[in-house]
Design a protein. Structure first.
Length: 385
């Protein structure tokens, strides 16, 4: 039976390869797949080598294809998901991340994941993967309490499919785009690894900069962080986390990993004595902030240094030697007692400028990646229905 949504409308995409014509067929997802449920860790035996046993965290290490896991188990009598199928979170906040992946090897997984095997010969894997990514499975999840996907949600999901040959053409087209995205991500990771290696060599003094006359700079000193950085009181610039807006005039900085958490519109809350280092007292996250901002939530330490120190150098060496997070506690006391090595101000500046140039290269490549992702997203919206 034709869905009411398509009554009187043509089921064709906005953008299509010229060799194909005719309307697409609406089918329930349950007619095309076999659903696999996860297994509790108590039911399996973990080993150093074996079949992958996937958890939600394993989905974070790849954007698409899964080939490794943190845990492995011996083949059991329980059913495993064959290779080249689709896996995704089935409960909790992870559903909202839309982390849909393809398992390139046979695998087991825990009860927080769900797998689907294509059961019909007229369904293309790459086509279905991209279609599910576009549709966002969290939209059909039960969100009354804890978000959860069940078999009934997947079985009843109505999707549109062209002929197998058109699916394969679309799937191959987006497969090539995904490969370009993967290569761009690898380029970024290589730059980050290079920067990490250079920081190790610089801060261990394996590599030393020279002055403009080719002479060595003075020896480095060891100092306590509390001798270098001071904390500014920012209570009057602080707002509550639940006051942060998605859009607004002034950026809000919190102790999370995001540089900008959101926005707020009250100009009297804007802190303008920048640049500063922002330290997450609970999270130990470090940020170098050069723009005016509003402080969001608790645990944000705003740090500054006097003119004898290059603040960005201090940020980089703290990023390299940061204190270890010990749960949700106050860490600023630990940071103040950390010992760091500090060269002369001219050498600090050279180091900071060098590492900043690497950061700019990384940011440029990340911008290219994001632009390419948006390009893919626009094509998907036009080539799928």
């Amino acid at each position: 039976m034709e869905s009411r949504k398509w009554k009187g409308k043509k089921r064709v995409p906005e953008l299509r390869f010229p060799e194909f014509e005719g309307e697409w067929e609406e089918r329930k997802l349950g007619e095309t797949i076999k659903i696999y449920s996860g297994n509790s860790p108590s039911k399996v035996k973990f080993v150093d080598e074996g079949l992958m046993y996937l958890k939600v965290d394993d989905l974070n290490y790849t954007a698409k294809n899964i080939t490794t896991s943190n845990l492995y188990i011996t083949p059991e009598d329980i059913e495993f998901l064959p290779s080249n199928n689709i896996i995704f979170p089935k409960r909790g906040a992870a559903i909202l991340t839309n982390k849909i992946r393809i398992n390139k090897l046979p695998c087991y997984f825990d009860t927080n994941l769900m797998g689907v095997e294509i059961s019909q010969e007229d369904i293309d894997l790459e086509y279905l993967y991209n279609l599910l990514m576009l549709k966002k499975l969290y939209r059909i999840a039960d969100t009354s309490t804890i978000p959860q996907l069940n078999n009934k949600h997947l079985n009843e999901l109505k999707l549109l499919f062209p002929s197998l040959s058109e699916q394969q053409k679309i799937g191959d087209f987006f497969y090539k785009i995904d490969k370009k995205l993967e290569l761009q991500q690898q380029r970024i990771e290589a730059l980050k690894e290079y920067k990490k290696g250079m920081m190790q060599k610089i801060f261990s003094q394996e590599i030393r900069f020279k002055d403009d006359n080719g002479k060595d700079y003075p020896e480095w000193r060891q100092l306590l962080v509390e001798k270098v950085l001071k904390s500014r009181g920012v209570k009057q610039y602080q707002i509550l986390n639940n006051e942060i807006l998605d859009k607004g005039k002034y950026p809000v900085v919190t102790q999370s990993k995001k540089i900008i958490e959101g926005y707020f519109n009250d100009s009297t809350k804007v802190y303008s004595e920048t640049p500063v280092i922002v330290f997450g007292d609970h999270t130990t996250i470090l940020k170098y902030i050069e723009f005016n901002f509003i402080v969001g939530g608790d645990g944000v330490k705003v740090l500054y240094a006097n003119d004898r120190y290059n603040l960005k150098y201090i940020y980089y060496i703290l990023s390299y030697k940061n204190v270890r997070q010990e749960g949700y506690k106050r860490h600023y006391t630990m940071l103040k007692e950390l010992r760091i090595t500090v060269p002369s101000l001219p050498e600090q500046t050279k180091i900071a400028n060098f590492l900043s140039s690497l950061d700019k290269k990384i940011e440029l490549e990340e911008e290219k990646l994001e632009n390419f992702k948006q390009f893919k997203k626009g094509l998907m919206q036009k080539m799928f229905i």
